[in-house]
Design a protein around this ligand. Sequence first.
Ligand code: ADP
Ligand code: MG
Length: 133
Amino acid sequence: MISQTLAIIKPDAVENKFIGKIITLIEFHGFAISKMRMLRLKKEEAQKFYSIHRGKPFFDPLVDFMISGDIVAICLESENAVDKWREVIGATDPEMAKEGTIRKIFASSKQCNAVHGSDSNENAKIELDFFFN
Ligand code: ADP
Ligand code: MG
């Protein structure tokens, strides 16, 4: 069954001019792009999006990073989209990410790790609503 997930091209990847290369990989891996928008988050929006991480040591730097420049939010569709996209992006820490994954190729640190991917179907729905409703 076809499902959806949220991808975000984060400010580091936009700044480094990796939008095109990342979208090429999205299509190479067989996802359909059903919605896409470029935007810059406000501080309150970034805090809300990452509210599950509130209180963690990396929360404030993460929010500052996510509002530091434009991002691209993308609705991806495929079979098993959530798990498939997490496979394609690789581990949070690019040093731990497998060869060929987007974070291995494009990320520069655990914080500036190029892309976001929803971690469950439930969160994918919440996160897609956040950007597209
Ligand atoms: P993921 O994006 O792989 O689902 P998390 O949900 O755990 O990872 O964290 C959200 C984001 O917060 C990460 O993508 C990364 O940008 C940042 N982050 C997570 N852990 C750390 C950390 N230990 N140090 C710095 N930034 C972090
Ligand atoms: Mg996460």
